[in-house]
Structures are given as structure tokens and as C-alpha cells.
Design a protein around this ligand. Structure first.
Ligand code: SF4
Length: 443
């Protein structure tokens, strides 16, 4: 058994896309792995290819009041098969020469972990791994995260990763480290209980502009277009005390004011979880602000939930409405009923939220979707005074809707994940509908 502590490099890869913006997203899975390895006394380094605050950045860095901001972007060639698409395509994140310099100046790693997010950012992951292999050709690269889990075969075939890992990494970590470095550590806190894990190592960043928080993993619903239940088949929750300690940690020790909940089911079973957490935050009198980019379940926004969220400091509320077609024929999401939507909006307004703080996501671009439905939904949402927020459909492997999307799409979705990019509206096949979507955007 090797006892020297190995050096593990964790990397958040570039994004390749038509547009990208820092909506409070950090690679929490990778930073959780980094925190565990640090706790186990391994040497850990982190390079964030999406770092908006890289020390070499000479442009003025825009930071919005809520911590969000634009990534640096560099135009690159359109991916193969989309050469004539007619829109600009970019690499988002730090310059390649900064990345290369950062790789070279550190102590040579023994093992490299790279994460991945959106499936259609696959080419950004591939480029990141290629750059790493140019500097360290003999250091094994382990690729994990969402693209790796959902497009496992593609990631194996298309990238230079030495191992592609599916699903949550914590429970696989001990074996991977042992297999690739010979180093062994004690793993009794890695059984899957979330309260036993250290907080994600957000402090590895050059600057912490905000803290994304996960109070749970998984979702009790199973919407046809969503991969949550594939990625996290089991619902796991943290105790309110544990989540509160994390918020307090980032606020008191790192002066963080903005927090974004990235849960799939923040308000589900709220009497046991969310409410005690919000009550603790209110009692602490911490001056903190919360945002919910991942959408809240409308049914759960009772008067009490709305009041507690307002008092705890929620500033951005996003509701998972998807459509206002509440008819029985609607089969892609049965969790929201008409009355629940109107009641949720009323409860939020009565609690003190301003209309401009509340948005409702409406899904657009589903296979065979009638766009009249989207337009009617937009008007109905606007009538309540809140903002409709169009969410463009991305076909995702391993979701119930995937087969239908593949069959219906004008693009070969099985050829490469880049064709699932929602900017391409993969499941909107007629020019008339594409024009209509532009008009809806302008609405
Ligand atoms: S879309 Fe939201 S509610 Fe539906 S399964 Fe996914 S995470 Fe759950």
C-alpha cells in the first residue's frame, strides 16, 4: 500500500456553445470530491476553465449585484455538421494559454479529475482533456459528471479520458484513487449520507462570487424531458442543521451574501426540511440573499412557504410551470394544476415579493408541440403580473422523451450530443415554427 499522499488535480472544463452566462453554476460534484480528498489529506489543486476572476484577466470584470456575470468568450469554429448554421460559436472561459501556463506551473499531478455538465458541451470537455494530455500525456484523466453519465459511450469514444465514470462520484472515489495511485484512505463517511460529506470546496476558486447550495439530491417527480431520476435514482436529503452550517460558513468566513439553491426538490416535504432551514436563517439575522434558478415546485408554495422565503431573504424566484395547458391530454408534466399556479403567485405577492422577482419557466420546442400553447401560456403568466421565462427544450438521453425526440428531430441526435443544443431547436422542424419562436422571444 502506497502511503505518500498523491497530488490530485480537479478541472472544470470549458464550455463550447452559442451563448453562455454564469447563472450561479459551479461544479458542485467536482468540488465535493475535492473537499473529500482534501479532508483525506491528499494534495488537491483546482483549475476552473470558467474562472471569471482569473489573475491574468485584464478586462474589466462585470459582477452583477447577485454575483452573476458573463464569462470571457472567444469565437471558435462551428462544430462539424453545423458549419453552415450561421450563428457564432464560442469557447467560454479562460484563454488556452492561461490554462496551459497554470497546468505547467503546478507540481505534476498523479491523477486528474475532470467534470462535465451539459451533454451538448461535449466538445469543450474534449478540448480541455486534449490540452491536459499535451502537458501531462502520462497522467491518467478520469472524466465524470453529467455528460459522462448520460453519454457514457460517446465520452469513452470521443475523448482521451482514461476512465469515464457514471453517476455520483463519492462512493467510487476510494477505488479510483487506489487503482490509479495505490493510495488508500478510510471511507466510512462516504456511504451516501449527505450530512457526512464535507462542504464543497468553493474556496479553491480565485474568488467566490456566490455559493450554490444543494440541500438534496434527486427528485420525486419524473417529468418526461428530465434526467434527474436517471442521474440520482434515490432521493437523499441533508438535515436543515447541516445546510444552515454551510450557509453560515460561507457567509461568516468568506463574506458571501448570494446563495443559489440548485435542488431539484427544495420545497418537497418542506415541514421537515426547508421550513426549519428557513426559520434558522431568519433567526440568525444573517444578511443573505437567495436565488432559485432551478425552479421551485409550484404546488409547494403555500402561504407559509412564501412568507418564510420572503423573510429568509429570497430575491429571485423561478417557478417550474412549463405550460398553462392544464388539460388531461397533457402528459409531459402532471405536477402542476391551474389553481396551484394562481395560488402560488398570489401567496408570493402577499408575502411581499415584487412581481419582477418572480418568473415562471415555460417549455418551448418540445417534439410536436403546438406553439399556440406557448403563446397562450405567456399571456396567462403575464396577466398574473409575473414574468414568463422561455426555457428551450434540450433532448436528453435516458429520459422518457428521448426516443420521441430522436425520431422527430431534424438533426441526427444519436450522431453527436452537440446536435441536442437547445439553441438549434432540434425538435422544431418547420421554418414557420422557428419564426414563430423568434416572435415569442420578442414578446
Ligand atoms: S423537471 Fe424538475 S420536477 Fe420534473 S423530474 Fe426534473 S427535477 Fe423533478
Amino acid at each position: 500500500m502506497k502511503t505518500d499522499s498523491p497530488h490530485i488535480l480537479c478541472i472544470n472544463p470549458w464550455i463550447h456553445d452559442f451563448a453562455a452566462f454564469d447563472f450561479w453554476a459551479k461544479p458542485l460534484g467536482l468540488l465535493s470530491i475535492a473537499a473529500i480528498l482534501r479532508e483525506k489529506r491528499l494534495q488537491v489543486s483546482f483549475i476552473d476553465c470558467l474562472d471569471r476572476f482569473h489573475p491574468k484577466e485584464s478586462k474589466k470584470i462585470k459582477v452583477f449585484w447577485d454575483g452573476r456575470g458573463p464569462f470571457r468568450k472567444t469565437q471558435i469554429d462551428l462544430p462539424q455538421g453545423l458549419e453552415n448554421y450561421g450563428k457564432k460559436f464560442s469557447r467560454y472561459g479562460i484563454k488556452p494559454q492561461w490554462f496551459a501556463a497554470d497546468l505547467k506551473k503546478m507540481k505534476k499531478p498523479d491523477l486528474i479529475f475532470i467534470t462535465s455538465l451539459m451533454t451538448y458541451w461535449a466538445t469543450g470537455v474534449k478540448e480541455t482533456i486534449e490540452m491536459v494530455k499535451e502537458t501531462y500525456p502520462d497522467v491518467p484523466v478520469i472524466l465524470g459528471g453529467i455528460y459522462a453519465s448520460l453519454c457514457y459511450e460517446h465520452a469513452n469514444k470521443d475523448t482521451l479520458a482514461d476512465l469515464v465514470v457514471k453517476g455520483p462520484g463519492e462512493q467510487q472515489l476510494k477505488k479510483i484513487i487506489k487503482d490509479f495511485t495505490g493510495f488508500e484512505f478510510e471511507d466510512s463517511n462516504l456511504s451516501g449520507a449527505l450530512d457526512e460529506l464535507p462542504f464543497p470546496a468553493l474556496d479553491f476558486q480565485n474568488k467566490i462570487a456566490y455559493a450554490p447550495i444543494l440541500t438534496s439530491r434527486g427528485c420525486p417527480f419524473s417529468c418526461e424531458y428530465c434526467a434527474s431520476s436517471y442521474l440520482e435514482p434515490e432521493i437523499r436529503r441533508r438535515s436543515p442543521e447541516n445546510v444552515f452550517r454551510e450557509i453560515e460558513h460561507w457567509h461568516k468566513n468568506f463574506n458571501i451574501q448570494n446563495f443559489a439553491f440548485y435542488d431539484d426538490a427544495l420545497l418537497v416535504n418542506s415541514k421537515l426540511y426547508a421550513f426549519p432551514l428557513f426559520e434558522k436563517i431568519i433567526a440568525s439575522k444573517m444578511d443573505v440573499w437567495f436565488h432559485t434558478p432551478n425552479a421551485l415546485h409550484i404546488k409547494e408554495i403555500t402561504k407559509q412557504a412564501a412568507r418564510l422565503m420572503f423573510m429568509a431573504g429570497f430575491k429571485t424566484i423561478r417557478l417550474g410551470l412549463e405550460t398553462t395547458d392544464f388539460s388531461k391530454n397533457r402528459n409531459h408534466d402532471a405536477k402542476v394544476m391551474e389553481n396551484d399556479f394562481y395560488a402560488a403567485v398570489e401567496n408570493l405577492k402577499a408575502a411581499g415579493f415584487e412581481k419582477k422577482q418572480i418568473g415562471a419557466y415555460l417549455l418551448c420546442g418540445l417534439p410536436e408541440q403546438n406553439l399556440d400553447e406557448v403563446e397562450i401560456s405567456m399571456y396567462l403568466v403575464k396577466q398574473t403580473g409575473i414574468q414568463p421565462v422561455l426555457a428551450y427544450y434540450t433532448p436528453i438521453p435516458h429520459t422518457p422523451m428521448w426516443e420521441r425526440a430522436v425520431k422527430y428531430s431534424k438533426l441526427d441526435l444519436l450522431e453527436h450530443p452537440v446536435f441536442t443544443n437547445n439553441t438549434l431547436f432540434p425538435c422544431v422542424n418547420s421554418e414557420v415554427d422557428l419564426k414563430r419562436i423568434s416572435q415569442l422571444k420578442n414578446l
